[in-house]
Design a protein around this ligand. Sequence first.
Ligand code: MG
Length: 421
Amino acid sequence: MIWELYQSGNTHGTEKHKLNRRAWERKNANQKQSFYITIRLMKTRRRFLKECGMLAGSAGFSYLATGHHEWTDIKKKSEKRSALTLRFKPYVLHLKHVFTIAEGSRSTTPVMLTELEYDNIVGYGEASMPPYLGESHETATSFLSKVDLTEFKSPFLMEDILAYVDQLVSGNYAAKASVDIALHDLVGKLMKQPWHKIWGLNPDRTPNTSFTIGIDKPEVVRTKVKEAAPYKILKVKLGHGNDKEMIETVRSETNKPICVDINQGWTDRKMALEMSHWLKEQGVVFIEQPMSKTSIDDNAWLTQNSPLPIIADEAFQTISDFKMVMGVYSGINIKLMKCGGLRSAYTMIKMARALGMKVMIGCMTETSCAVTAAAQLSPLVDWADLDGNLLIDNDVYEGVTISDGKIILPDRPGIGIRPKD
Ligand code: MG
């Protein structure tokens, strides 16, 4: 099986790594960088705190002003100087609208901002942790505090570094993604190239991104549809008992293509099939996670009979889940926060294609950091749902932009973001 091949071929911490590390250490033995790194680190830290504080203040939000949410530097466990410095800081995203899906409502999302520094270059990362995924500021702090990169003298040892991070503690995929994204940003900056170029992807092939309309009253839905005017495809959340009213309200405003996300909200497969036929007549292009991820037979039956593709989201998280979704769904929704970051996401896209599955790339409510990172992969996917940064009013980065509904990748190196002025 392909996933078994991947796992068996995924060897880390080998003698080759140790030899490379010794060679690097010999080559750099006489470099005295620590003083310069410290000064640079303090400048970067002061600038970022100042910018975040100004943004938080302008939003009438004092979270970052408290002494509990400054950057935390990972303390080295040994006396050796670490070439890679990891920092992290909790932050809370404010949603422009209360966001309601079949699983509940919320108006904020906790995130962890990370920085990974090497040779005076800083890579940015982020963990976004909507409560239903089980991660939080506390769990991410606990996880990131365990990350000791002292042994890794070069950020280019990405496979070794990310394998080390992955095996530290099980789960914690958003926290792991925050290290993975920062490492990709750092390495891309060192290579002076954006990741879509490193991967050889054509930036002209980026898809349109959908814009999400949460479950709400008809008047609010109409307002949201008007706000979504720049977007070519809408993602409508369903599964709260008012599905037809939601779709008819959207259709009273626009004829744009729609995709729907049920978030496991349907419980009866015959009703689900009837709805899939009705939704096709309404110009819907696919259905995301119609029934519970544990209802494997029902989802497989619907996929077999539905006129629309059925996409796994809650049922698909990491590479090991391929064996659970093959033959059950038409495709998968990949999110960096579910799978642990860009390296895993890239592998999963290739695996899905080998298995003949559709691929969607999605996001949580996130800053432009994680959204722009995911957008680097978007030339490879069928559909993109990368609007998480557009749903918040206190983004601290700028990166990917949308032009006439289409994802425009920045030409900056790494993941392509920079802190907002
Ligand atoms: Mg979904």
